[in-house]
Design a protein around this ligand. Sequence first.
Ligand code: ATP
Ligand code: ZN
Length: 304
Amino acid sequence: MVNESTSATTRLRIAIQKSGRLTDETERLFKNSGIKITESHDHLLAHAENLPIDILRVRDDDIPGLVMDHVVDLGIVGENVLEETTMQREVDGLYTGYRRIMQLNYGDCRLSVAIPAEKEWHGLKDLEGLKIATTYPFLLKRKLTEIGVNFKAVLLTGSVEVAPRAGLADAICDLVCTGATLQANGLKEVETIFESKAVLIARDQELYPEKQAILDLILPRMQGVMAASESKYIMMNAPRAKLAEITAILPGAENPSIIELEGSPDRVAMHVVSREKVFWETMEELRRLGATSILVVPIEKMLG
Ligand code: ATP
Ligand code: ZN
């Protein structure tokens, strides 16, 4: 059992999305960072089994406010929701301070304007005087005000893409990932107004020392998980004479380890960490340079 009276000062409290597009990746990030969370998806509060960390599972829209109101220490949320909520809270006269700790490598999406597919498009100025359905009126207004375009926001929190067909709006401004939903609703994406990823944010007050110590422990781990997911471990046998050429074509490769191959003085084994994706084209180029037994292996964790 966790003693609630001391937990406020000693246990790091993190808000995450209860169920949605950020949930699986966030849970994977915690797991790979060595944070074991009890499986209690229907509970608001979950405790980590092995570290003094409490996880608050909420709707993503509530996360910026919980951090800004100092109810939780950390939160993971999309930049789209973070920016929109910040502007909304400014208008409402609420506190908007927070610290941005780290951008995460998931939750990629874009906020775009879409119009009926048969309509012509010349640019954002075409939106002058139109009704635009959106969940993000502040992000949209910020962009259109910059270029002096007036519009009428139709606020919808779901099914934004059906608004034009239903006669509720002339255009929409919604999150897009593949564009398939737009197409299915007879719309075309014409302009991106905001690009978003998930971010880790913290309350802007100093943390209690016990909590800061936990953050100092988990942050390098999370950074290690991020770095690892973008890196690959590459092994191959290669002609000694081609080592420089091979290193040059490997993206983001650092000091390869060269290992002698017993009985073949002209060839060596080469192990290298590449900080970027390795494409088939790169592997085929390696083979042309005389490399054999080329293996590209995912890396789970990285430190140092
Ligand atoms: P909630 O019930 O928590 O309010 P929601 O329906 O508002 O959920 P989701 O659709 O789960 O939200 O999206 C959460 C966040 O994930 C979005 O605000 C955005 O930052 C990001 N996101 C949206 N679409 C995608 C996508 N296709 N892939 C990855 N991330 C996405
Ligand atoms: Zn939401």
